[in-house]
Design a protein around this ligand. Structure first.
Ligand SMILES: Cc1ncc(COP(=O)(O)O)c(C=O)c1O
Length: 415
């Protein structure tokens, strides 16, 4: 990263300089300076990540774990180095970290490799109302195949989880609880440590979706005490098609492979195959090597910035934007949890979210409109779509003001 942006002890950060690390943020959209408020969807990439990927292809490109030649060794070292850096960032062991294409793959790996062989009719999978489809649909597929059923832990109207109901729902038939750490729609940060502790007491295996948590605050996966933790690289300054599943070693060792092929084996004959040890057992085929090397650079970038600084900066942007949005008549924010990430979903009376998003785009403002891959959550609120403005540390207070001005203008046009 642009280390000069860190001054003194490293806590006072020149955020304007940090923003310059992100080349794409300098572009114009529809003749206006881009205001990118869709980081919950995917994050922008600092130059160090882009350069690392570029450098990999220019200087080191080879396949991993196969060739003894120099490039092969360099590529393998870079790939395994990224695993180590990500593991350190999450406070887990590298040999418990399976690299994969993202949260969707990570959760499907748990569903197919851990849940499918174990669950049966009479068993229950517990999920919360606020899950992303990636943490619902794989469990529905498992339920269909095994005869297990799905139970939903409900939320309060303010977007917080109903913890009493959740604990009460942890009955003897529940074998697995799948829960997000941070909601991609509401911004709610769930107390996953407490939830996993309660689940563990009852022998329930826990899967935490960390997609929206890891990019925005320091996450100590070991301290959460879950069984599985899924994350995605592209929301944390890394390349698309990167992510990871952390799992306790005893689970990984007991799990059969999900995808078969090269790299995940020790020995193959037509009489049978001896599988590789975890985590490589779950990494069949040529991985997204350049992507993971880039993810390693993203981890370095966030580390240098300091996740406590990232969290504090985003909290300021959230407070500013919330205050301004609350001044707009007829605007309703969905999700008011006290512990909240910088994600604001909202509606304006009488105006369709997609129309507003289209007009905002003409002003250079990128927000998401729709159901945010969380249909059951929007059904709970009885709304067809919301607008979602999601912030990252590289956004500015001036952008918040420009977004509010653009929103007022768009609304006036549609009224
Ligand atoms: C909470 C949450 N879970 C899962 C996902 C899926 O991530 P990916 O598409 O990178 O696999 C997302 C992406 O938006 C998300 O926000």
């Amino acid at each position: 990263m642009n280390r000069e942006a860190l001054s003194g002890a490293g806590t006072a950060i020149d955020w304007a300089r940090v923003r310059e690390d992100f080349p794409l943020l300098a572009r114009q959209v529809n003749g206006k300076p881009l205001i990118y408020l869709d980081s919950a969807n995917t994050g922008q990439k600092p130059a160090s990540v882009i350069q690392t990927v570029d450098d990999f292809y220019r200087q080191h490109n080879a396949n991993v774990s196969r060739a003894v030649h120099t490039l092969g060794t360099e590529a393998t070292d870079a790939y395994e180095g990224a695993r180590k850096r990500l593991a350190r960032f999450l406070n887990v062991r590298p040999d418990e970290l399976v690299l994969c294409s993202g949260t969707t793959f990570a959760i499907n790996l748990v569903a197919y490799s851990w849940a499918l062989p174990r669950l049966k009719a009479g068993d229950t999978l517990l999920v919360s109302r606020m899950e992303h489809h990636a943490n619902i649909v794989p469990w529905q597929l498992v339920a269909q195949r095994t005869g297990a059923t799905i139970k939903v832990a409900e939320i309060h109207a303010d977007g917080t989880l109903d913890l009493d109901a959740l604990h009460a729902a942890m009955t003897g038939d529940v074998k697995l609880l799948a829960i997000t750490q941070t909601s991609n729609v509401l911004g709610t940060v769930n107390p996953v440590r407490e939830i996993c502790r309660e689940a563990r007491k009852r022998g329930i295996v826990t899967v935490v979706d960390g997609s929206q948590a890891v990019p925005h605050r320091a996450v100590d996966v070991a301290a959460i005490g879950c069984d599985f933790y899924a994350l995605t690289g592209h929301k944390m300054c890394g390349p698309t098609g990167t992510g990871a599943l952390w799992a306790r070693k005893e689970h990984l060792q007991a799990m059969p492979p999900f995808i078969g092929g090269g790299e995940m084996i020790k020995e193959v004959s037509f009489d049978g195959t001896v599988f590789n040890d975890p985590p490589h057992r779950f990494e069949a085929g040529t991985p997204n090597i350049a992507g993971f090397v880039g993810l390693g650079a993203a981890v370095d970038y966030l580390d240098a910035l300091g996740m406590a600084n990232v969290e504090a900066r985003e909290a300021e942007l959230l407070a500013h934007a919330t205050e301004e949005l609350d001044r707009i008549d007829g605007l309703r924010i969905v999700g008011r949890a006290p512990d909240k990430a910088a994600v604001i979903s909202f509606l304006i009376e009488g105006v369709h979210a997609h129309d507003l998003a289209t007009l905002l785009d003409l002003e250079g403002v990128a927000v998401r409109s729709g159901q945010h891959c969380a249909h059951p959550l929007l059904q709970f609120y009885g709304v067809a779509a919301t607008l979602r403005a999601s912030f990252a540390f590289y956004n500015t207070h001036e952008e918040v003001d420009a977004f509010i001005a653009a929103l007022k203008k768009a609304r006036a046009l549609l009224a």
